[in-house]
Design a protein around this ligand. Sequence first.
Ligand code: GLC
Length: 593
Amino acid sequence: MHLKRIAMCALALSLTCGGMIASAQSTESQAQKAARERNWWKNAVIYEIYPRSFQDTNGDGIGDLNGITEHLDYLQKLGVDAIWLTPVYPSPQVDFGYDISDYRAIDPQYGTMADFNRLVKEAGRHHIRVIMDMVMNHTSDQHPWFLQSRSSRTNPYRNWYVWHDGKGETATSPGQPPNNWESDFGHSAWQWDPKTRQYYYHAFYIQQPDLNWNNAAVHQAFKDIISFWLERGVGGFRFDAITNLFEDPSLADETVIKGKDGKPLINAFGDPVLDDSKTNNLPGVHTVMQEMRAHMDTFDSASFPGTRVLIGETYLRNIGELRKMYGTPAHPEFELPMDTQLGFINKLDVAAFRAKLTDAETKIGRNTPLLVFDNHDNPRLDLRYGDGVHNLAIQRVISTVLFASRGTALFYYGDEIGMKTTPPTRKADVKDPIGITGWPKQKGRDGERTPMQWNTSANAGFTSGKPWLPVPPTAATMNVQDEQHDPTSMLAWYRELIQLKKTNPAMQHGDNVMLDISNDKVLSWMRQAPGAPAVVVSANFTAQPQTVNLAADGHLSAHAHLHKLLISPGGSEPQSVDRIELAPFGVYVGEVQ
Ligand code: GLC
């Protein structure tokens, strides 16, 4: 094609040919642009927002959509490509939005559809895509589908939910639930409904009845809902609780897990721990995902070009199960199922990190890993990885693993300023219902959902009213306003790391190659891409200084020089790869020359 065009120009030597070349170039750049749009998610930085806690603009103490729009400049400067919003649909808010009563509207607490449209438009101007949470496993018990379903056994919506008879029911008693299955949020997963005298299944709260995914009408309803939001320009969805969609039709009991003493293990709610073999990750999930992905792939409009991505909430047993979530080239599923294998090791352990990163590099085909270390359901990084003394340095280690590894990085609002988990200290203050049921062993998820810390004014600039959760005292020193002017702050560190991820060629496309693989104190790896200088990364996982030799295993020459890209505070600049000195929990990132 190219050769032909050049030959024609040589013959004609005319102005028209000049025009052809110009248009060939512009065609090429359009093609490049199209490829960029198509692949935007492959090295992307995705930022999770808990809208309730991000920024309140109307003084009701609850964050809103306009509050997110207000901070798009901040997010763009941070280097964010997409924001994932936890649910903002109308909801009784039992599970703070994960109990949806209308999938095609915005909860007035968060704003209006006009506010939403403005957010998507303004985000687009900032090159940021908006990803919605989509809860397909269950609805609110106030959703019209469920109100219909529970109204009579013959209602057309009866079969939209999971209803079963109990065991040993009599005229005066409901008997026992159909089996021993438990809700993730404590106690039996079956709720007796006196009106129609059957139990319904709920994997989460009683107010979150599970939908019946064996019913084709449920599939169609969600395809229509997905279209509704795609037509409004959203960049994709995060599919909530996706592995919970199906339950084993045999209704057989799950096995009780026993401890070393032979007695059943008991969870924070006082219930026996069950294997989840009959209720989690059943094969039907893949069939649904193939159907949803095929549906998504039909969308790519001129006004909102580019791939619409599917992100999965995929807590899975092993990397083999994670690989299946990508589907196959003929039957693709998620673009980005979350890799929770690495992020929830919950312990700074070099060998475990190395093994999980190697899995992400070698055991998911050429798919893109989606690395994630925290979210609105788990304590923040300080509680799961910190040692109480070097928490911020440790967070620099974690964020380096997140942004300097191959793939897409997902992080949670507030990480970038070092926000800490601030759990309630009294049961009376708990807002998350599981914290009330499970107190004191399970304090709920309020601690990781506290208001974003913008500045040192009242309520950290989150609201002019009374915040729905208290603003942590750490806001006095950890806040955006102070940190954005401090080159040694966590915010500066995040910005620099993200900038490197986006602009350094090896960091953008390079493979991950583990270095110094017998070292159990320092995790080191190299990013290597054809035609680009390699980048080495070393992160000290200990509270003592360490020295590493990255030439020892033969991947690099001992004489190779290094050009510093990033060093954590207190670190010194090495001259060559065979002697890199690291401060306690210190990090070094350098280009090999
Ligand atoms: C997911 C959400 C969590 C919610 C649950 C039930 O795990 O992340 O916040 O409570 O689903 O919808």
